[in-house]
Design a protein around this ligand. Sequence first.
Ligand code: F6R
Length: 609
Amino acid sequence: MCGIVGAIAQRNVAKILLEGLSRLEYRGYDSSGVAINNEVGVRAHRAVGKVQALKDKFEATPLDGKIGIAHTRWATHGKPTENNAHPHFSGDDLAIVHNGIIENHDKLRNQLKTQGYVFKSETDTEVIVHLIHQELQSEPDFLQAVKNALKYLEGAFAIAVTLNDQNHRLVAARKGSPLVVGIGIEENFVASDQLALLHVTDQFVFLEEGDVVEVTRDGVTIFDSQDVIQERPVHVFNHNVDATDKGEFRHYMMKEIYEQPKVIAACLEGRISENKVLTDCFGADSSFLKNVENVHIVACGTSYHAGMVAKYWIEDLANLPCTVEVASEYRYRKVAVPKNTLFLTLSQSGETADTLAALRKAKELDYLTSLAICNVPSSTLVRESALTLLTNAGAEIGVASTKAFTTQLTALLITAIAIASEKGALSAIKEAELVNSMHSLPAHIDEALKQDVAIKKVSERFANKHNALFLGRGPMFPIALEGALKLKEISYIHAEAYPAGELKHGPLALVDEDMPIISIVPHNSMLDKLKSNLQEVAARGGELYVFADKDAELQNAEGVIFTEVLKVDEILEPIVHVVPLQLLSYHVAVVKGTDVDQPRNLAKSVTVE
Ligand code: F6R
């Protein structure tokens, strides 16, 4: 999704901004641009496609200056063209970059047109810059003019604005879209994501809803939504390794798949003892664990799939009703809240607009409390939730989520066991058994990764496929959904997933010799039922790709390509057996030559509806 970088320094900021944009590439975008503010005015370069195209323009025609703003755009209003790329201007001296969506842009555009403003793009953003220009006609102070203009806007935004005047400063603001301030030595920055600034600082201030900030070389002044000056804490970025380094791997996605043993260990650390879950991992007040009578999980995409797995765990271990819903549906419907329901959100970014809106709605309703399972400690979701369990996966750069998903599952299993134990639904012996299993998760994932070479070989058979069907049963059904999502996201092969028992209720009609059917068949209680579903496919000439453990007693046969997966305790199967599916989709994408880390049309952090 769109990314913002802004800088004010004593040195030329062009390189800082371009490097910042490169670091934001992982979020997904289709054009980019930089505006540099110097003694001759504000000048910009914009380019469609990769940030490299923008760098080439700077190479050909350098722009130097000590103040600048930059942007990667993910098209919402208007096609990904150079004209629609940010920064947008009003006159020659005022430029803006913007993330989010201005919902009343049509009305504002019409008003501005009647006042003589001429629009050069189809974007909602251009409305904002003309509004600021209009305010400047009666309010000479740039900061105040921006504040005045913001009052007209409905929707979500993070903006950075530069004006070529005597006061060297940047003005930025956020409402509904994230924005951080980076603090340097006699230079300061803004960005939509702290990763964009790690090459220049590790000190960050996270802006809050409604904040407006004036950034100069010497300091930062933050005004809250009531226009009162606020001091906000400075956070020091504490990742040991810069996540934007791919290391020995060709793609971030593969690096992140291979990081899973390490980050799952980090997710478990301090949350489980030798034989029990440490309930204080939910914070000082873990009384909700005892009082909860229902759980409602809300999330989007891959996080939603993690929630679907958790439903099986919560109902099985804690014997509590658990419902799971996509956030974009929840936020717009009338909901009935059963007594003592825990509202649980899942989000790797913590900035997904629909999930945040769902949380805000839930806070108005009669839930027991809200718990966020999230990967970004500084995110809006974490700040706005009553309770948090961090997944500790480290920054994930590949758009297709991998380690963020398996750490979500790990955190969810911790939560399910904690609830079950505190509710008295789980004996101490059973809890010790489960926790013992969890201790071996990192080693199991390490083992699962050893199938990489075999899976790569299998992936070559998908080079010319256009469709695929994933099947699973029980908690492996959401894993089938996740496998299908991964495949379509990065290889653009149309893929669907079904609970295997649904096959004969419709999808069987699709099965022929061209349709690969991928099935994860761990040796669990559903094995015999799944085996008969597979027979139904084989009987229709479908090509079967079966991932099963030794005990499942399946093997290569006519039309069956068998890949052995590790035998693990049933409760861990969703976490361990998603790994072969991640590897499969990765290798298929490489075979097909797609952009693995930045698949077309997708964004890492979906900060608009
Ligand atoms: C897919 C993927 C997305 C996200 C979804 C929600 O690989 O990553 O489906 O899961 O956009 O994002 P978060 O988890 O940040 O709320």
